[in-house]
Design a protein around this ligand. Structure first.
Ligand SMILES: *[C@@H]1O[C@H](CO)[C@@H](O)[C@H](O)[C@H]1NC(C)=O
Ligand SMILES: *[C@@H]1O[C@H](CO)[C@@H](O)[C@H](O)[C@H]1NC(C)=O
Length: 288
């Protein structure tokens, strides 16, 4: 396994440039989100700063952001379901409305005790996904909180774990690939049962004798353009330089390190599935 490259300097410049344009939120977690389903299975603790979602045989649970966003950097700290979590899926994702929605997904597929979780990522544009990349983790995601981030700007979408980029989806409109840039999205989080597909492709079922299963969320941090009544909180700004930040060379190294050592599935390599030809963007993605 490759040695881990030196520490990132995450977004220092970008944040500086963004500072005056975007609305930074560090309020109480449970005031920024609504627990929307699960009939009491989602609960706030620690003075409203931590939300625990639980799942039992009858139902899972979930919450969503009050705000809608059009671009931003979003951090969430998660501690995943400990012990035997096979069959469970914990999610942290962004989603717009309507039948041609855009979506950016982090999903965490549970496993038997001691077996690795899978981090499943996907990007939907105009209602179409099929852009999965999956990873193992380089730590035990159930022992502690770790930070999972999504950067979404007009240039690219970047998935980060503890500040290290694991996936970049570039704006490839120039070669005809739709890019999410005009539909505001809300943040969603959930814990649910997906034992028909989640663990070893559905072979390992949820063990309900272990229920309730619990995943914890805290420190939802946003530096984002908030969408309100048809306008963006960033729309009056002329200083949009943070929108065009590319990954620097350190981030590129980190991305390569994760992809080389921990990526277990990449749709752009799946010529069996796409026997009629890989999606158009794969020409760019496979070059990187
Ligand atoms: C669960 O563990 C098995 C065996 O190590 C592994 O093949 C699989 O990728 C792991 N993760 C999931 C979510 O199935
Ligand atoms: C943007 O400009 C419009 C019209 O000049 C103004 O009404 C609105 O308050 C401004 N929004 C922000 C976020 O500055």
């Amino acid at each position: 396994m490759a040695a881990y490259p030196s520490q990132p300097k995450p977004f220092a410049l970008a944040l500086l440039l963004m500072a005056s344009l975007v609305v930074a939120v560090a309020g109480k977690f449970n005031q920024d989100v609504d627990i929307t389903w699960g009939d009491g299975r989602g609960k706030a603790f620690d003075n409203g700063n931590l939300i625990a979602l639980s799942l039992d045989k009858a139902s899972g649970s979930g919450f969503q952001s009050k705000n809608q966003y059009l671009f931003g950097k979003f951090d969430m700290q998660l501690k995943l379901v400990p012990g035997n979590s096979a069959g469970t899926v914990t999610t942290f994702y962004f989603h717009s409305q309507g039948s041609t929605w855009d979506e950016i997904d982090f999903e965490f597929l549970g496993n038997l005790s001691g077996e690795p979780f899978i981090v499943h990522t996907n990007v939907y544009t105009q209602g179409k996904g099929n852009r999965e990349q999956q990873f193992y983790l380089w730590f035990d995601p159930t022992a502690d909180f770790h930070t999972y981030s999504i950067l979404w700007d007009p240039v690219h979408i970047v998935f980060y774990i503890d500040g290290r980029p694991i996936r970049e989806f570039k704006n490839m409109e120039s070669i005809g690939v739709p890019y999410p840039k005009s539909q505001p999205m809300r943040m969603y989080a959930s814990l649910w049962n997906a034992d028909d597909w989640a663990t070893r492709g559905g072979l390992v079922k949820t063990d309900w004798t272990q229920a309730p299963f619990t995943a914890s969320f805290r420190n939802f941090k946003t530096k984002a353009c908030i969408w309100f009544k048809g306008a963006s909180s960033c729309s009056n700004s002329t200083n949009n330089q943070w929108f065009s930040q590319e990954l620097d060379s350190i981030s590129h190294k980190q991305l390569k390190w994760v992809q080389k050592n921990y990526m277990i599935y990449n749709y752009c390599k799946d010529t069996k599935r796409f026997s009629q030809g890989l999606p158009q963007e794969c020409t760019v993605i496979n070059k990187n």
